[in-house]
Design a protein around this ligand. Structure first.
Ligand code: KIV
Length: 274
């Protein structure tokens, strides 16, 4: 049964200032996705720094083929459950598909994720037109994570879950978009499925922390889908996934191994990179 984490003053909550300090000190940021309170308690106990209530819940929890069917109500609901299980990690929640087509809707839905969902930051799949939305949210003092590279909400348009930025023109565009998003006020940039060399370039160009998933070892932090690293996900897994249950004595042990591997620069290894 889920029991609420006891508040622990010796483990102060992670804030954006903590993450900025980690980038400056070269300490890697360990992040994972989460969708409920029981897992939230485990992730907190494992000392995960950043927890994301990802719209990947559409695939992982709901069994859809993509993240497109996920609604705002569902994101707010899952985020509120995760928030109740956390004390130390910084909580980020995804704005789902078409919840930010205009500045006004983006603001209203970000407020919902923060007020109903307990999120400290919202994440949106960005670039192009969304840069103005990032700027608008930032001007209202909302902490924003801009997601670049492979954008799962756009898979029907882009033709599937594919590595982005392999061609020079696209790589240059991604570096430019990352810089524009930082200038617009993004507090974190998340890079998904891009070549490791491009992950390194973007991380070096930006002042804000950069967290990667399949973006190589040189980003400031790593994020993975918790169900993938605990070997709960069935079927073929992406190249960047490592099974941390291998040799682990429990789920908590596996999560602690993940955090240690990220902090000690052991994950991702060459075989996890593009
Ligand atoms: O929704 C999600 O879980 C994500 C991660 C893959 C970064 O966006």
């Amino acid at each position: 049964m889920y029991t609420h984490l006891q508040r622990d003053v010796s483990r102060p909550p992670v804030t954006l200032a903590t993450l900025a300090r980690m980038k400056a000190d070269g300490e890697k940021i360990a992040s994972l996705t989460c969708y409920d309170a029981s897992f939230a308690v485990l992730l907190d106990s494992a000392d995960v720094d950043v927890v994301l209530v990802g719209d990947s819940l559409g695939m992982v929890i709901q069994g859809h083929d993509t993240t497109v069917p996920v609604t705002m109500d569902q994101m707010a609901y899952h985020s509120s459950m995760v928030a109740r299980g956390l004390h130390r990690p910084f909580l980020v929640a995804d704005l789902p598909f078409m919840s930010y087509p205009t500045k006004e809707l983006a603001l209203a839905n970000s407020v919902r994720l923060m007020q109903e969902g307990g999120a400290q930051m919202v994440k949106l799949e960005s670039g192009g037109k969304q840069t103005e939305i990032v700027e608008f949210l930032a001007s209202h003092d909302i902490a924003v994570c801009a997601h670049l590279g492979l954008k799962p909400q756009s898979v029907h348009k882009t033709g599937g879950f594919r590595v982005q930025g392999r061609e020079r023109e696209m790589a240059v565009r991604l570096v430019d978009e990352a810089k524009r998003l930082e200038t617009a006020g993004a507090d974190i940039v998340l890079l998904e499925c891009i070549p490791a060399t491009l992950g390194k370039t973007i991380t070096a160009e930006l002042h804000v922390p950069v967290i990667g998933i399949g973006a190589g070892p040189d980003t400031d932090g790593q994020i993975l889908v918790t169900y993938d690293i605990l070997d709960i996900t069935t079927g073929r897994k992406p190249r960047f996934v490592r099974n941390f249950m291998d040799g682990a004595s429990s789920n908590l042990d596996a999560l602690q191994r993940y955090v240690r591997a990220v902090k000690q620069h052991e994950y991702p290894a060459a075989e996890h990179c593009f």
